[in-house]
Design a protein around this ligand. Sequence first.
Ligand code: SF4
Length: 706
Amino acid sequence: LGMTHESMQADATTTAVCGYCSTGCGLRLHLRDEEAVGLTPETSYPVNLGMACPKGWEALRVLDSEDRATEPLIRGSDGKFAAVSWDHALRLFTTRMKGIQRQHGPDSVAFLSTGQIACEEMAFLGALAKFGMGIKHGDGNTRQCMATAATAYKESFGFDSPPFTYDDFEQSDCMVFIGANPCIGHPIMWERVLRNQNDPEIIVIDPRRTESAMAATQHLQIRPKSDLALLYAITNHLIACECVDRKFINNHTEGFEKLCEHVSRFTPDAVAPMTGISADAIRQTAETIGRRKAVSLWWTMGVNQSYEGTRTAQAIINIALITGNIGRPGTGANSITGQCNAMGSRLWSNTTNLFGHHDFKDSADREKVASSLGIDPERIPTEPSWSYDGIMDGIRRGDIRGLWVIATNPAHSWIHQSEARNLLDRLDFLVVQDMYHTTETARHADLILPAAGWGEKSGTFINSERRYGVLKKVRRAPGKALADFHIFRALASYWGVEEMFAEWTDPEAVFRIMQRASEDQPCDITGIQGYEQIDRCGGVQWPWTEADAEGDFQPEQQRRLFADGRFYHHDGRARLVVDDVTAMPEAPDAEYPTLLMTGRGTVSQWHTQTRTNKSPVLRKLYPNEAYIEINPEDAAAMGVENGDQVRAQSRRGSLLATAMVTPTVKPGHAFMPMHYEATNQLTLGHFDPHSRQPSYKDCAVRIERA
Ligand code: SF4
């Protein structure tokens, strides 16, 4: 009602995409004297169709928090922060980082970035750091959520290319959600699932009885991390009962014989004891997938954040390919991204892939990017960056001594938290660039650079269905806070490389550079006329080439990939990739008998809560104190009742939490939301070997009444 009242006092409106999750909803901002005073979901935006979740509704309120970083802060010898001018802060940044590079080599400085800033800012950061400052190592927090999907797609399809559009939610007659809880993780996508008029079968594969599992037509409550074996067993039965599309396999894939041989030992009977569900249930699931006409398979962090995540994602992709469920309405092997611009990070952050998903190791790619940017190709590193965990290892070894953290919060979110915090304290110089000066990571900083947030700057985000959307400046940033874009621009000048970035005057100028670099890539956006067109068309999905550009992008146009069955490998064929199923690195034992899973706990909180806990409304929708889900049988054995304080302990740390006694988890399992500061005290630092994504879904703990 407050929003409505304020909105009624507005004298104009404009539309921008939301800055939290990868759904990319359109929000109508109600302006008075060009400042946003309220918002409502945009009814004409083709993504959310007039809906928004609580985070979106509260997007403006979190900008007004008292702990906004409003001026640069440096830590004095007494350990306290003092405000300084931008000139002082940027001179300090340059002097200290250059000093470290001089003393320890150019690779002794690294950066950690985010999926939360605009594409143009990611592009600027990546280009400035790598080509301007000579920093080779930099990675994004997208390593924590999406690296697995990106790696899997690249190997299977030849390019990191989620193939779907959101219309597929409404056009499937069978949707399989693996390690995904869209009901709270992507609530507007779930609303679109509910709009499906095809009487769809909705199958949820998840060790927890999540909100989505409760609403599904079938829930396969498997043992944690038995998903890869289960998917191979489903594949085995699809082949055994001839529920496969031989024509599609023969014409468009590579590796079917090897796949058949590999899955032959994963019969439903052999796999059932590993998964905790019956062989009949496995066969029935396979036959449902085989029988239905338009099957879509969706996954998120339950798959990605696993020590064998890439192969699990590829097992999902294999099922879509061998059943011909790709390139048609309602189909696809579809990874749903997490953050509002994780997809932008995958394309433009210049970390593991060279600017626009080129290859650092390929000299032709380096030449092409250099020419798009108007720089000397010699400035482009010939190797990709170390991944996030490699950077943390570099700090441990003393190889990395200066770190620049932009809009992310590793002191809360990185796996095995106490070790991560010790590593941050080992650095000679830590710079944190953020909207808030109170994040757990900012507490370790030597220098804090105050950044504008969503609503206080412009640029583009790319959502999960590859749709560029525009964000707009509808508020003035508080105090001396600057848009990340302008911080990068100022740093280019203080570092002495402003000439290299003479063309990078504003976000839309950078967008044009990105367009040039995208030419002839699968993510080609050379046909986009500019921000005005993206805005007018309700977003534009990549690819949108010059050849596509004769008319406007139509909101109802479905930009699904692979309609012609051609994939991005040189021979046009998708790869069917298989691997061994491996043992869980830290299985429960007598000392630590409970398996802990972590993940998103609510629709109303976001990641480490740096923004969402600033909203009184969002705080009311979720317990402020940490809680842990425990099965009633386990609780009874521990003498614990609902609401009691318990201590959860792993080999790495311990925490106190409130027991939520609930059958959502099976006996022997527990679940704790990642939003609470202490959760990662418990987690084990282990990684998928292909994507280097941390495995947040499995570690052994002991839980006792406190
Ligand atoms: Fe924003 Fe995601 Fe909520 Fe949509 S679903 S309003 S994009 S947080």
